[in-house]
Every structure is written in C-alpha cells, then in structure tokens.
Design a protein around this ligand. Structure first.
Ligand code: AMP
Ligand code: MG
Length: 486
C-alpha cells in the first residue's frame, strides 16, 4: 500500500507537448470536504481506503495541493455534437493531472473534473456542481460493478464555492480514473485542422501506450481501428442488455478504449421503453435508448473519416461493417444469459425480440423482470410476472415458448437461479435513488450517497437490510427530467 504522497507519475500524454494540451493549474474550491470515495478505485492506485479520511485527501482532490510530479494540463479535442461538427472543444472544466503508475505497472490517468477555467472553457465557468459529480461517481462505479467497461471514479469533494446553473448550487470536483482520456474527438481535431503530423503523433502515442499488440500487425492503424469497432460493439451491447441510456453520445464523449465515458443525463431504464430519451435537451431523440446502436455506428464512421490519412478507405469500411454483426452477437449472448440459457438456439433472437415488444406496451420494470424470473421456478416466476403485462395472451404464448426453450438447458432450479442472479442485478442505479442521495448531500448528509455506492458495488448479491434500494421506483421517480446543465 502506498501513502498518498508517494504515487509514481509518468506523464506520457503531457510529453506530447503543447499541440495536444495546455498547462493549467487547478483553481481550488472553498472549504473542501470529502463527499464519497471508492475503495475499489483507490486500490487501482494501491491506496489504502483509510487515506480517504485524511484531510490531505480532500485537499488534493479539491485543487488545494498538488503532487510535485503532477503536470496538470487541459487536453484539446473537437467532435460532432448532436451530429454537427464543433471545431473546438477540449477540457473546459477538467484537467489531466498526470498519469500514475501502480504496482502492477498500469498507467492510470488522474483527471480532475470541475477544476476551473481553461483555454477551452468558452462561455463556461470551468466548474462542476455537486449534483452532476455525484451522478458521475455513482454511475462509474455501478457500471464497473455490473461488468460494463467504464472510466472509474476515485472520489467526489464538495465545497462552499457557489456555482450558478438554473439555480444557485455548490461546486464539487470529481477525480476520474481512466487508462486513457483520448476520445474519438481527439483524432477529429487534428484531422479537421489538417495537422497531419500531429494526427500521426497522436496515433503513435495511442498505439504505443494502449494498442501495443497492433504494432505487430501488418497495418497497425487499420488493426487499431478494427479493435475500436470491436470494443465499441461490445460496450453498446452491454448498455442495451442492461438498459443503460447514455444521453449524450457526441463523438467527444466516445473513448477510443471502448469504455463508457463522460456521464451526463444518463439513465438506467425503469419501465422498459425502447424509445426512452433520458436527456431533457434531446428534442429529436437522436440519443434515445434504441438509437444508441446506429449512433455508435455513426460515431465510428466519424472516427474512420479522421483516420483516412493513415488507413485505406476499404479497410476502414470493412471494419465498420463488422460493427452491427458484432453488436448483435454480443447482445444476444448477454440476453441469453439474462434469460438463463447456457446454450444458443436459432430461435433465441426472436424470443428476446418478442419479450421486448410485450414489455414495450406494458409497465414492466426492466431490471426487476430478469431478477424475478430467476428467483423461483419458471412456472411460479412467470405466473407472478404475468400481472405486469397488458397483452396477457401474448405473454402466455411467450411464457410457454420460454419454458419449452428452458427445458433444453436441464439443471436444477438452484443452478438456474445462481447463473441468472450472477448476470441479473438486484440493485440498479435508478435516477430516483441518485436523486435522493443528491438531495441529502446538498443538505450536508453524505450517508445516503455512501450507502448507495456501497450497495451498488455488489449489485448481484442479496444485501440484507438494503431491500429498499431494490424496490420498484415510485411513479414520480420514473419521470425525472435530467437537465444537461452540470
Ligand atoms: P460535456 O457536455 O460535459 O461533455 O461537455 C462538452 C464540452 O463543454 C466540453 O468541451 C466541456 O469541457 C465543456 N464544458 C461543459 N461544461 C462546462 C463548464 N461549466 N465550463 C467550461 N466548459 C464546460
Ligand atoms: Mg464531454
């Protein structure tokens, strides 16, 4: 275990120089206090969870202190926002503090979000509010616990510094960890500004530090792009299988590592709705739940365009064409497991599709459905779940086909429950739960967010005493409008 002060830094991205990022010091927030920390994320830096209680911890992650080897920099990037190219984005309110090397030799980016103005802040104040910092913290750690690749969150620090959004709020900082903060938009920036040497330099950095195995391929950049397609297909399959709606799939919010990146007005579905739009500002539903699949494909095409100086167009096209079939394979595989199937059958895709159609027209809680399906023997479970469906004849027909399909799997009910519970969470980060934790934290009570984080870090386990976090959301909780302001 390491003490807070002896982290080892190796700032590879900073060494790329001023064409890639600008040196900026964090601007501290007043009266810093620890809101919540993640012991699992701390372990990635070899930190003992107890160091979170030391005053220096909150000071470091609120911009009051800095390691001497840290080299805080704001990264430049651009990207397509809601389908429109924005030539200059960049870290407007976050800084890459540096890269820490852990005992296993892994590099982890320390990114402090809400660290004050930078040359990329445009009209913004460079701040993040407590509300959005808690939301990103909870989602990062919950997503990880579900087995969905994601950036991680080390901690949130709160403060008394005022910040003005729709109303007066307080500033907070989130310490985000990722193996890399390079986004699709980084490549787009150098491509559209015709800085082709820098584009190549960025590509070399990414290959050397993150896709080293691609260097052994005949065409390393082509292999890199193909792998981004593969990783993104797997990521989106997990989002769709678990009902995660990102809300702002702009290309500057897409990680080249295929991890969930930049949590904004996201939501996990309560009642299943393929057309669900979680972002209050998304009037046309560009980023609706079911659109996430074609949008990921669109975003990958935007990345391909930026790689045309390095990769043959035919090769980019061939890799892009892999997206949909790869997505479908991963998605179906996960949905089979969610339904308790071990083997694959030709009829499975249609069984999944029929179930979702029945859910679409009924008030069925998406997450609870799968958990309850595994709770008891099929006949009892289906009998109980039936009550939530409007089309009872349709459900009965589906249930009969499901039971027939299940008979082919064999095994006892105990085995079925164990394998289903291992993939179907009992605890899901519902918007209303996050909202309750935020409201308590805004009153200075951090107990709720800490407890919720603890529960969500073991989403598949029964946790006696924590049942309230697994309940159906109240009606008001299903229709929260999450604003983009953060
Ligand atoms: P986001 O919607 O958080 O992905 O941010 C989109 C862009 O706006 C990024 O370049 C951010 O750095 C920038 N941005 C968002 N909020 C602020 C803010 N309060 N101050 C400065 N820049 C911001
Ligand atoms: Mg962003």
């Amino acid at each position: 275990m390491k003490s807070l002060t002896d982290l080892t830094f190796d700032n590879r991205f900073a060494r790329l120089g001023d064409a890639f990022s600008t040196e900026v010091l964090p601007e501290p927030i007043a009266e810093p206090r620890l809101v919540v920390a993640s012991p699992a994320a701390m372990a990635l830096l070899d930190l003992d969870p107890e160091v979170a209680e030391q005053p220096v911890f909150a000071e470091l992650f609120a911009g009051h202190k800095l390691w001497s080897e840290a080299e805080p920099r704001a990264m430049v990037y651009s990207g397509h926002q809601f389908g429109v190219y924005n030539p200059r984005l960049g870290d407007g309110r976050g800084l890459l503090l540096g890269e820490v090397v852990n005992a296993a030799g892994e590099h982890w980016d320390l990114h402090l979000k809400g660290a004050g103005p930078t040359p990329y802040s445009r009209m913004g104040d460079g701040r993040a509010v407590l509300r959005s910092s808690i939301r990103e913290f909870l989602a990062s750690e919950a997503q990880h616990a579900l087995g969905i690749p994601t950036t991680r969150a080390l901690c949130v620090t709160g403060s008394s510094t005022p910040v003005y959004r729709e109303k007066r709020e307080t500033a907070a900082m989130l310490l985000r960890l990722a193996r890399s903060h390079v986004r699709f938009g980084h490549f787009e920036y150098f491509y559209y500004t015709r800085q082709l040497d820098q584009l190549k330099q960025l590509g070399e950095h990414v290959l050397n530090e993150h896709f080293r195995h691609c260097l052994e391929q005949e065409a390393p950049y082509a292999a890199f792009y193909r792998e981004v397609v593969e990783r993104t297909a797997e990521l989106i399959a997990r989002w769709q299988a678990y009902g995660f709606c990102h809300g702002v799939m702009n290309t500057d919010n897409m990680s080249i590592l295929g991890v969930t990146f930049d949590y904004g007005p996201y939501a996990f579905l309560d009642d299943f709705d393929a057309n669900f739009i979680c972002n209050h500002s998304d009037d046309t539903g560009r980023y609706s739940f079911s659109n996430q699949v074609p949008i990921a494909h669109w975003n990958l095409a935007a990345l391909a365009q930026a790689l045309t100086p390095m990769v043959e167009i035919d090769s980019l096209r061939a890799s892009l064409d892999l997206f949909l079939p790869l997505y479908q394979t991963h998605y179906l595989d996960l949905m089979r497991r969610r339904l308790g199937f071990v083997s694959a059958d030709d009829g499975d895709a249609s069984l999944v599709e029929r179930l979702l159609q029945l859910m679409q027209s009924s008030p069925v809680d998406y997450s609870r459905f799968f958990r309850e399906l595994g709770d008891s023997a099929p006949e009892q479970a289906l009998g109980r779940l039936r009550d939530d469906f409007v089309d009872l004849a349709g459900f009965d027909a589906w249930a009969a086909d499901y039971r027939t399909r299940l008979e082919r799997e064999g095994g006892s009910q105990d085995e079925r429950r164990a394998r289903m519970h291992a993939v179907n969470p009992r605890y899901v980060l519902r918007n209303y739960l996050a909202q309750q934790a935020i409201e308590a934290a805004e009153q200075g009570d951090y107990g709720v967010v800490r407890e919720l984080h603890r529960v969500l870090s073991r989403p598949f386990d029964e946790q006696p005493g924590m049942e309230r976090y697994a309940e159906r959301p109240p009606e008001w909780g299903k229709h929260l409008e999450i604003s983009c302001s953060s």
